[in-house]
Design a protein around this ligand. Structure first.
Ligand code: CTP
Length: 396
């Protein structure tokens, strides 16, 4: 834990009295701790105690004394944000994206992993709205530290008690240690669409947003991997410190960038929606409208995944995608063998909530040794986590 940066978000719950003890455990393990509280939390635990133990000012308000609290930088500073105790109210706000205090604005802008330790009475714990909100947080990729069974603030015995400080400490320590499974590895990831120019004002493109590929690049980087992201035209980007982005436009640009970087990589994930055809020639001037039909001649682009499959070395793992609208399984399995990939991630546009236009996805991952893993519908970040997990397994 030495030097790890832990940001604790404390909500208004009786369990907040345990947080000074948790801060001490982190400090004793040589971690650096900062704390933000909701206004309600200040009724349960003293900001002065937390500031003294953490050796940092604590944050409660978005602004005070005409100074703005830089919530973005707090989330960037941290290696992990632990929301503990996470009250039912704050969990509901986190799930719906409400942002009416400092803790929530840090949560919404945080780029680090998030861990959530709920605390509440059993009747609240059993309410379907809470269960749904918790599932939503999980679908965002947040890690939940389950509440425990025991004596509750109401005097009743049941579920809802926040995990003890030592348990929270162990969860954070395990998460941060376990997270670096790809340290020292290098990866190449393609993402987004490609645009094939027709003339100075027109191109042939597709609906890919790049979200899935960017999520994969970030998850690989979270595991300590150094990632080169070859990104087609996309409005999205990543600021992950371990991801270097190379912006490209056409399938040919993407091919060149991949060929330049593949050799030094251990992992290559080809998630871009690459054009299969490109105009045979690009008009220098805008193509003018004429009577009758316009015929375009298209030539085949180079298949990047297939090419990498032919030069792949024993230690390298090559992962492709298959976006299908029919005969999904057989097409995906064909791509696995034809392109000499180690894994093919299949998405079907027929699945509700899957594909280009969504924040969620549902995939089946086929491994070359006959393995098959079918995910549920979840956030693209959570799907990226599954893919990275399969990559880690294939390397070990
Ligand atoms: N791919 C690639 N280079 C291309 C075309 C595709 O690297 N010129 C990669 C994609 O990034 C993806 C995989 O190949 O990982 C499959 O892409 P997909 O579009 O599903 O299949 P295609 O091979 O293009 O075949 P088809 O369009 O006929 O399904």
């Amino acid at each position: 834990m030495k030097g790890k940066k832990i940001l604790i978000g404390v909500c208004g719950s009786i369990a907040a009295y345990k947080i000074p003890e948790l801060v001490r455990l982190f400090i004793k393990a040589d971690a650096e701790v900062k704390v933000v509280l909701t206004p309600a939390a200040t009724q349960f635990v003293s900001p002065l105690v937390l500031a003294t133990l953490s050796k940092h000012n604590v944050g409660v308000e978005l602004s005070s004394n005409h100074e703005w609290a830089n919530h973005v930088m707090l989330g960037r500073w941290a290696d992990i944000m632990l929301v503990a105790p996470a009250s039912v109210n704050t969990i509901a706000k986190m799930a719906t994206g409400l942002c009416d205090n400092l803790l929530l604005s840090v949560y919404l802008s945080a780029t680090c992993p998030i861990m959530v330790a709920p605390a509440m009475d059993e009747d609240m714990f059993n309410h379907p709205s809470f269960k749904q909100n918790l599932a939503t947080l999980q679908s965002y990729g947040n890690v939940i530290v389950d509440s425990e069974h025991g004596e509750l603030a109401s005097g009743l015995i049941g579920y809802g008690r926040m995990a003890e400080p030592i348990t929270l400490f162990q969860h954070v320590a395990h998460f941060l240690e376990a997270k670096k499974k790809l340290k020292g590895k290098k990866a190449l990831v393609t993402a987004g669409p490609t645009y094939e120019n027709l003339d100075p004002v027109r191109f042939i493109g597709n609906y890919s947003s790049g979200k899935m590929g960017i999520a994969i690049a970030e998850k690989l980087a979270d595991e300590g991997c150094e990632v080169t992201l070859v990104l087609g035209p996309s409005s999205l980007k990543t600021n992950h410190p371990l991801v270097t982005t190379i912006a490209v436009r056409s399938a040919a640009d993407m091919y060149e960038a991949c060929m330049a970087h593949f050799e030094r990589c251990d992992i290559a994930v080809m998630s871009a929606a690459v054009a299969d055809y490109t105009p045979a020639s690009v008009a220098d001037e805008k193509i003018k409208k004429k009577d009758g039909e316009l015929q375009l001649t298209l030539t085949k682009t180079k298949d990047i995944l297939k090419q990498l499959g032919t030069i792949k070395k024993e230690h390298q793992r090559l992962i492709g995608f298959a976006l299908e609208t029919s005969n999904e399984r057989s097409y995906a399995l064909n791509k696995l063998t034809e392109k000499n990939a180690d894994m093919i991630v299949m998405n079907s546009l027929k699945e509700e909530g899957a594909g280009f236009a969504h924040d969620t996805n549902k995939v089946t991952i086929f491994g070359k040794n006959g393995t098959e893993y079918a995910s549920t519908l979840k956030s693209k970040a959570a799907i990226a986590g599954d893919i990275v997990q399969k990559i880690i397994e294939s390397l070990s």
